[in-house]
Design a protein. Structure first.
Length: 208
């Protein structure tokens, strides 16, 4: 089996990067320099006509869209490693549900708020930013309650869904300057994410 992972560290490819390492898979990394427009080169567009990362090629077959890649990795490699629920199980239904929820219901207002509030992370009298921030907190309450009920997102064990959502949310809350300390289950869960060997290795490589 051969895996080639096309990525840029400051992109949604980071989510897939975490999953590849959590699964312990061997793969070749190919850095796509977005500033140099590597993503627009014909050889890359032949793999992903959208010209975006992440893109992954497994046994010669290219695949793009980070959620699709995450689901494929989980279903093909994660079940036997106890990082993805068995196909057809109730937990499998929950994995798909929460993975998509995080990237649509949670990520949409989060990134909307980041764009509207600007670098200061202050909505001030910006009504659209205030509305987006309120929606973010509503989603954080939902996630906090879910983690409080299950211990993690899908069930009582860590899965690729946890790594995916935590990798995006941990960075997003920091970048948006959103204080999430009042969500005690979520805060503890993010702490567990930060202590995982893969997370520590990624942070060390990034110089954090």
């Amino acid at each position: 089996m051969s895996i080639t992972f096309y990525y840029n560290p400051m992109s949604s490819a980071s989510r897939v990067h975490f999953s590849l390492d959590e699964l312990g898979l061997s793969y070749e990394k190919v850095l796509i320099d977005l500033q140099a427009k590597d993503q627009k080169k014909p050889e890359f567009l032949a793999l992903n006509p959208n010209g975006k990362v992440p893109t992954i090629v497994i046994d010669g077959q290219p695949m793009f869209e980070s959620i699709a890649i995450q689901i494929y990795l989980g279903e093909r490699f994660g079940v036997e490693r106890d990082l993805w629920p068995a196909l057809g199980s109730r937990e499998h239904m929950q994995a798909l549900t929460w993975l998509c929820w995080a990237q649509v219901s949670l990520a949409t207002p989060l990134f909307t708020y980041m764009q509207l509030a600007g670098e200061t992370g202050d909505s001030g009298t910006n009504k659209p930013a205030e509305a987006a921030l309120a929606e973010v907190h509503a989603m954080l309450e939902i996630l906090d309650a879910r983690i409080g009920e299950r211990g993690h997102i899908v069930h009582d064990k860590w899965t690729l869904v946890d790594s995916d959502v935590a990798s995006v949310l941990g960075w997003g809350l920091y970048a948006a300057k959103i204080d999430s300390a009042k969500y005690r289950h979520l805060t503890a869960w993010l702490g567990r994410f930060n202590e995982r060997p893969v997370t520590r290795a990624h942070m060390s490589q990034a110089g954090c």
